[in-house]
Design a protein around this ligand. Structure first.
Ligand SMILES: Nc1nc2c(ncn2[C@@H]2O[C@H](COP(=O)(O)OP(=O)(O)O)[C@@H](O)[C@H]2O)c(=O)[nH]1
Ligand SMILES: [Mg+2]
Ligand SMILES: [Zn+2]
Length: 288
C-alpha cells in the first residue's frame, strides 16, 4: 500500500487500486491507522476495510512492514565510520528490521585493503548479519544483491556519498535519483529524495530511499535492559552474578568475561558502554 495526497494506492497481483479509507479506519483520528507498506483488505468499491497486523512500524518516515534495512558504506571515499555502522545496527534492531550491510566501491581497494576490510567486518558474521561487498561502478556483486532483495521491502540508510542512489538506480526503474560527487566542504545534508513512496524493484519488491533511515539519532530506548536486548551477542551467554547486571562494574559478569576471551568484540562492548552512558546522562536521569 502506497499513499499519495490522501489517496491510498493498493497493489494486488495484477492491479493498482486507488482507494479511500472507510469506517472505523477513517474515524480513528490517528495518522498511523493506515501507512505506507501496510497490507490491507479492500472492498469492491475501493475502500480499505482492514489493515493487517504489522511486523514493524517506523515513525520517521511513517512506514510499516519493512523486511530489510540496508546499511550502506563505501570501502573508501568516504572511509567506513564504524561507530555510525553500530548506531545504524542499533536502530535496525530497535525497529525490528533485519539489517543488511553493503560495502560499495570495492573497486577502489587493493588486495591488502580488501583483507583488512574483511577483518573489520568479521563481527557481523558473529551476530548473523549478512554483508555484501559490491561495486556499482564495475558491476560486482549486484546480481546477488538483486536476488536477495527480490519481493522484499528494503529501506536504504548510510552516509552521503557512499553510492546509495547509484545502487538504487540499478535496482529500480521508476524514477532516477540524482547522484553526485561527495561534497568535500559540506559533508551533510545533500538529500535528494524526500518522499516516502515505495519504488518498485525491477524483479519485484520495493525500495524506500529517504533520509530518515540514515539518521544516527538514538531511538527511544527506555532503560538499560532494553538497550542490552539490542545487542544480539549479549544474549545466550552464561549467567551474570546479578540478575539485573548492567555488564559495567559488577563482579562475575558473563558479558565482560566473553569480551575478555574474545567471544564478544571489544569495539562492540565499548560501543554499548558509550551508548549506555549517553542515554543515562541525557535521558534516563531526567525521569528519576
Ligand atoms: N569508485 C566508485 N565510485 C562509485 C561507486 N558507486 C558510486 N560511486 C560514486 O560515488 C559518488 C556518490 O554516489 P551517490 O550514488 O550519489 O551516493 P549517495 O550520496 O549515497 O546517494 C558518485 O560520484 C558515484 O559516481 C562505485 O562502485 N565505485
Ligand atoms: Mg543519494
Ligand atoms: Zn553482566
Amino acid at each position: 500500500m502506497n499513499k499519495i495526497q490522501g489517496f491510498y494506492y493498493v497493489k494486488s497481483e495484477n492491479n493498482v487500486y486507488e482507494c479511500k479509507l472507510r469506517g472505523i479506519l477513517k474515524r480513528k483520528e490517528s495518522k498511523d491507522n493506515c501507512v505506507v507498506g501496510d497490507i490491507v483488505e479492500i472492498s469492491e468499491d475501493n475502500s480499505i476495510i482492514n489493515v493487517e497486523k504489522r511486523k514493524n512500524l517506523v515513525e520517521r518516515p511513517l512506514v510499516a512492514n519493512i523486511d530489510y534495512l540496508v546499511i550502506q558504506f563505501a570501502a573508501k571515499d568516504p572511509d567506513i565510520d564504524y561507530e555510525r555502522l553500530n548506531l545504524l545496527l542499533l536502530r535496525s534492531f530497535y525497529y525490528k528490521i533485519t539489517p543488511l550491510v553493503i560495502i560499495n566501491k570495492i573497486d577502489l581497494l587493493n588486495d591488502h585493503e580488501m583483507t583488512e576490510l574483511k577483518k573489520g567486518l568479521e563481527f557481523l558474521e558473529k551476530i548473523n548479519i549478512k554483508y555484501f561487498l559490491i561495486s556499482q561502478k564495475e558491476n560486482i556483486g549486484i546480481e546477488e544483491l538483486k536476488l536477495f532483495l527480490k519481493d522484499k521491502i528494503t529501506a536504504f540508510g548510510g552516509p552521503s556519498g557512499v553510492g546509495k542512489s547509484s545502487i538504487i538506480n540499478l535496482l529500480q526503474n521508476e524514477k532516477k535519483l540524482e547522484t553526485g560527487e561527495t561534497s568535500k566542504r559540506l559533508r551533510r545534508g545533500k538529500h535528494t529524495t524526500k518522499d516516502t513512496n515505495l519504488l518498485e524493484l525491477i524483479g519485484g519488491g520495493y525500495i524506500i530511499d529517504t533520509p530518515g533511515f540514515s539518521s544516527v539519532e538514538l531511538p527511544d530506548i527506555k532503560d538499560a535492559q532494553e538497550l542490552i536486548a539490542l545487542f544480539p551477542e549479549f544474549s545466550n551467554r552464561g549467567d551474570c552474578k546479578f540478575n539485573n547486571c548492567l555488564h559495567l562494574n559488577e563482579p562475575s559478569c558473563a558479558i565482560k568475561e566473553a569480551v575478555k576471551n574474545g567471544e564478544i568484540l571489544e569495539e562492540r562492548y565499548n560501543f554499548y558502554k558509550k551508548v549506555y552512558e549517553k542515554l543515562k546522562q541525557e535521558r534516563w536521569n531526567k525521569y528519576e
